[in-house]
Design a protein around this ligand. Structure first.
Ligand code: SF4
Length: 201
């Protein structure tokens, strides 16, 4: 299945109630062979209006962070766990998460990024439900076949000066974290022919 096939399925999906109030699905976008994928919670109002992820104020901060570390938006993949905006930005309900989470798994399995940067608590908990964002942010974890680097959500950073400082500090470390993964993989590959990342969620 290609990323386009997954997008097509998301666009016609009615597996939970969230499509009813949303203006557009927001499947995610970016480089289909990205080394880095950024994953947030769910679309906000601007994303809902445009059908594109992270295009509001939080998106501008994400883009500024990317520029700082030498990447353009097109170099990476950007998406959310939930593909339709929950009404009034409420938290997605458990049955909605259950209905939607397979799409992100399919997308990440297709892209096979070396590093997944999760933005905020919700996206981190998708990969490891027991994680605590204040404790675990800025620490690389291998789980469910992916290298996960959780950081604060840019929208949270925009609301809180201390979180903004931490967000920036964690963000500029992304290239080092990626190098760490690549170097570790080189070591593993030289010891074993099975250098592939596991891909199951
Ligand atoms: S939020 Fe996800 S599961 Fe629910 S309708 Fe949209 S794509 Fe389907």
């Amino acid at each position: 299945m290609t990323l386009e096939d997954i997008t097509t399925n998301i666009k016609v999906c009615k597996n939970c109630r969230l499509y009813e109030a949303a203006k557009n699905p927001v499947p995610g976008e970016g480089n289909p062979k990205a080394a880095i994928a950024f994953v947030g919670e769910a679309p906000g109002a601007t994303e809902d209006a445009t059908g594109r992820p992270f295009v509001g104020r939080a998106g501008k901060l994400l883009e500024a962070g990317l520029k700082k570390i030498g990447y353009a938006r097109e170099d990476v993949w950007i998406g959310n766990v939930i593909k339709h905006r929950p009404p009034e930005n409420r938290d997605p309900l458990p049955d909605e998460i259950k209905a939607c989470e397979k799409y992100l798994a399919l997308q990440l399995n297709t892209i096979s990024p070396k590093l997944v940067v999760t933005l905020g608590r919700f996206a981190m908990n998708y990969f490891y439900p027991d994680g605590k964002i204040t404790r675990d942010r800025g620490h690389l974890v291998q789980t469910k076949g992916f290298n996960i680097y959780p950081i604060y959500h840019p929208a949270a950073a925009l609301r809180n000066g201390n979180m903004m400082e931490t967000f920036k500090k964690d963000f500029v470390r992304i290239p080092n974290v990626l190098n760490e993964i690549i170097n570790k993989k080189d070591e593993t590959t030289s010891q074993s022919t099975d250098g592939q990342l596991g891909l199951e969620i």
